[in-house]
Design a protein around this ligand. Structure first.
Ligand code: UGA
Ligand code: MN
Length: 252
C-alpha cells in the first residue's frame, strides 16, 4: 500500500488518580490520529474506530507497540488511544482496567457524537490483529463479536451462531459468563458510552469477567449481538503472548 501522507498529532497528559483501592496511577495518554492519503476522500463518512490500548513498561514494550502501530497505520479513520500504566505496580488483579477507563472518559470529553460517529475497540498491546476485522467492526450498530484465536487453552474461542444470531459461547474458561468473549473479541458503538454515562470497566468482577461485565451494563441481549467474521467462522484476531525475554546476561 502506498502511503503518501501521514498526519500525526500527539498530546501527552500525565494523570494521577486517587481511589480506595489504588494509591495512585500515573498514566500517559498518547493519541495518534492516523490518516492514509490513499483513502482520504472516502474516509469522511466512515465511523472512526477508536482503539484503546493499555500498555505497561517492560523490555518487549517497544517491540509490541511497533508491531501494533504498523498494523494500525494501514487503516484510515482510525484513532489510537494508548494509555500507559503507572511506574509502580499496584495491588490489582485485572490488568489495564484504569487505562481503559481513562480512554473511555477521554472519548466522552473529546468526541462530539453528533458530528462524528464511532466504534470503540479495546486492543491489548500484545495481540495480533488482521486488518479485515477493523473493516468489519467499523459498521457495529450496538455490539459486534467474533472469534479469538489461541485463548483460554483453546485453539480458538468463538460465539456460537445459529441462523445469524449469537446463541452462546464456545469457551472452556468459565462458560457461565453471559457474554463469554475475550477483550479482543468485541467492539462497541461509541453511542453506548454516551447513553450509559457510567459505563466502564470494574475491578469488582470475577476474574476474566471484565468483558461480560461491561457488555451486560449496556442491557444488550445475546440476540442483539452482531456476529462478524463470516458468522464467527473465521479467526481474525489472536491472543498472542510474548514470552518475557531472559536478559540476565551482562557483557562488558
Ligand atoms: C487477559 C485478557 O485478554 C485481557 O484483556 C485482560 O485485561 C487480562 O487478561 C486481565 O483481566 O488481567 P492477558 O494476556 O492475560 O489478558 O493480559 P496482558 O496482555 O498481560 O494484559 C492486558 C493488557 O493490559 C495489555 O495491553 C497489557 O500491556 C496491559 N497491562 C498488563 C498493563 O497495563 N499493566 C500491567 O501491569 C499488565
Ligand atoms: Mn495479552
Amino acid at each position: 500500500m502506498s502511503l503518501r501522507r501521514i498526519s500525526h498529532q500527539a498530546t501527552r497528559t500525565d494523570i494521577y488518580q486517587n481511589t480506595d483501592y489504588v494509591y495512585y496511577i500515573a498514566a500517559r495518554i498518547l493519541n495518534l490520529s492516523l490518516n492514509l492519503e490513499t483513502r482520504r476522500n472516502s474516509s469522511k463518512d466512515l465511523p472512526v474506530i477508536y482503539a484503546i490500548t493499555p500498555t505497561h513498561a517492560r523490555s518487549q514494550q517497544k517491540a509490541e507497540l511497533t508491531r501494533l502501530s504498523q498494523t494500525f497505520l494501514h487503516m484510515s479513520s482510525f484513532h489510537w488511544i494508548v494509555v500507559e500504566d503507572s511506574r509502580k505496580k499496584s495491588r490489582k488483579s485485572a490488568k489495564g482496567v484504569e487505562q481503559r477507563n481513562l480512554g473511555i472518559s477521554w472519548l466522552r470529553k473529546n468526541v462530539d457524537l453528533e458530528t462524528q460517529p464511532g466504534v470503540v475497540y479495546f486492543a491489548d498491546d500484545d495481540n495480533t490483529y488482521d486488518l479485515r476485522i477493523f473493516a468489519e467492526m467499523r459498521r457495529t450498530r450496538k455490539i459486534s463479536v467474533w472469534p479469538v484465536g489461541l485463548v483460554g487453552d483453546l485453539r480458538y474461542e468463538a460465539p456460537v451462531v445459529k441462523n445469524g444470531k449469537v446463541t452462546g459461547w464456545r469457551v472452556s474458561y468459565d462458560p457461565s459468563r453471559k457474554f463469554a468473549t475475550d477483550m479482543a473479541g468485541f467492539a462497541m458503538n461509541l453511542r453506548l458510552f454516551f447513553e450509559h454515562p457510567d459505563l466502564q470497566f470494574s475491578h469488582y468482577t470475577r476474574p476474566g469477567s471484565q468483558e461480560s461485565y461491561i457488555i451486560s451494563k449496556t442491557n444488550i441481549t445475546l440476540n442483539d449481538l452482531e456476529p462478524l467474521a463470516d458468522n464467527c467462522t473465521k479467526v481474525l484476531v489472536w491472543h498472542t503472548r510474548a514470552l518475557p525475554p531472559n536478559l540476565q546476561r551482562k557483557i562488558k
